[in-house]
Design a protein around this ligand. Structure first.
Ligand code: EPU
Length: 421
């Protein structure tokens, strides 16, 4: 028996919501724990399925992992297994980020290639060429990526594109390499900065975190640390869009508002009143009176508008006044979810990288299927603005990224329930 969400549209979301640690940070930080013998502690870990999956992946490499509430304690042995091809690895896209630490620590790695993804092809050529620049040989064999090195040495690396995954793997291999590595056109996402911060606490010597040029002076050994995972800016954005679409008033806590500067600016352009809060009580508040106005969106690596927020931009555009153009520059198949939006009455068409959405007053409920985490959340947001009851299927995708999604929605006044199918 599976479960789906039933969303009754029409409610105005009002209230406060807490954002937990970022999925796309915690999984990399867990992998980084492989770099130091001893116990690394991560706090503010989100309660999502990917965390225990990653814990299983680390256990298969010889670590002991204890998950308790929002705390993960990872004890890494002196001798690690370098065979990362357990079942958990194949289920988790982010498992590829053990590659860099394993090459760094063991000088070899056999890592199961993660399965296909509904958002489009996700090659690993930049991960491979970066590690090769550091002195490793890499190849694909029996469904795994294999890397071997006599020893790693510093190198100048230019990435074709500021890939998060490639930046993370190269960085985590370079921290233990002999000499200085410079990664140019590196990813600048807040999750990369979070990783650099934790590696630095572990004794790594990294300059330029948050810029396009990362300089890494290799050290011989890292030590375990304790680190708090940054708040999830994509989950934060989801609530911001939900507030704007339902003409609501939502205060979001637990995320650095500057990680969402462009998102918040777009919501202001759509007519929302946005207040940001810094320090202890960090977060933001989005208040929307009346119908949102159409705004254009272009996805780009950070600080551009995140591709992960693109489904929310489409959902907002679908109910806005006017016509929006959305351009997707990262994952070609992410527009597939527009077919589900059309089922809900959106007036949308795509042409290559572009989607044109003409806003309608109200969407119309229908059964729809989530194809990935963000598409699923986007469909729920659309359901909040549809007449009648929208059934959203394949919700396991959504639950991979949003702990307590239904509970939070209900707390804000949405009429949403989990139903056995
Ligand atoms: N790319 C290559 N070659 C490579 C690596 C990437 O061509 O060797 C291309 C990809 O095909 C894509 C672009 O570079 O067009 C960017 O990919 P990137 O490597 O940055 O993505 P990723 O690290 O695989 C992470 C997030 C995604 C998020 C993207 C983009 C994790 C676990 N995943 O993926 O998050 O969409 O960055 O920001 O961190 C999600 O959370 O729902 C999600 C899919």
């Amino acid at each position: 028996m599976s479960e789906h969400f039933r969303v009754h549209g029409g409610a105005r979301l009002v209230g406060e919501v807490d954002v937990v640690g970022a999925k796309n940070s915690v999984l990399k930080l867990m992998a980084a724990a492989l770099l130091a013998e001893g116990t690394t502690t991560l706090t503010n870990c989100p309660d999502i399925l990917d965390v225990p999956l990653m814990a299983d992946a680390l256990r298969s490499l010889g670590c002991e992992v204890e998950l308790e509430g929002d705390v993960a304690r990872i004890t890494t042995p002196r001798e690690l297994s370098y065979h990362a091809d357990s079942e958990a690895m194949g289920k988790l896209r982010a498992s590829i980020c053990v590659l860099g630490p394993l090459v760094g620590r063991c000088k070899r790695a056999v890592v199961a290639l993660p399965g296909g993804d509904a958002i489009g092809s996700r090659p690993l050529d930049m991960h491979q060429s970066g590690l090769e620049k550091l002195g490793a040989k890499t190849w694909i064999e029996h469904g795994c990526i294999v890397a071997e090195a006599e020893g790693l040495h510093g190198a100048q690396i230019w990435l074709d594109f500021p890939s998060m995954g490639a930046t993370e793997n190269i960085l985590m291999a370079a921290v233990l390499a002999n000499g200085t590595t410079v990664i140019d056109n590196a990813a600048r996402e807040p999750e990369i900065v979070d990783l650099c911060l934790m590696l630095t606490q572990m004794g790594a010597r990294i300059e330029g975190a948050g810029t396009s040029t990362l300089t890494v002076h290799g050290v011989t050994e890292l030590k375990p640390t304790e680190h708090r995972v940054i708040g999830d800016r994509i989950v934060g954005a989801t609530w911001g869009f939900a507030a704007a679409m339902t003409r609501g008033d939502v205060r979001v806590r637990g995320v650095n508002p500057h990680h969402l500067d462009l998102v918040l600016e777009k919501l202001r352009m759509a007519g929302a009143e946005v207040t940001v809060y810094e320090g202890e009580d960090e977060g933001f508040r989005v208040v929307m009176d009346g119908r949102p106005k159409a705004v254009d969106f272009v996805t780009l690596p950070y600080p551009g508008f995140a591709t992960d927020n693109q489904p929310f931009a489409i959902a907002l555009s679908a109910v806005s006044e006017g016509t929006s153009m959305i351009t997707e520059n990262l994952f070609e198949a992410r527009f597939r979810f527009i077919d589900e939006m059309i089922r809900l009455g959106a007036d949308a068409r795509t042409d290559g990288h572009h989607a044109v959405i003409r806003g309608v007053e109200k969407l119309s409920s229908a059964p729809v299927w989530a194809s990935d985490i963000r598409a699923g959340a986007g469909l729920v947001l659309a359901g909040l603005c549809a007449d009648g009851a929208t059934e959203v299927y394949e919700i396991f995708h959504i639950e991979r990224g949003y702990p307590g999604f239904v509970e939070n929605l209900r707390k804000l006044g949405a009429d949403v329930e989990r139903v056995s199918s």
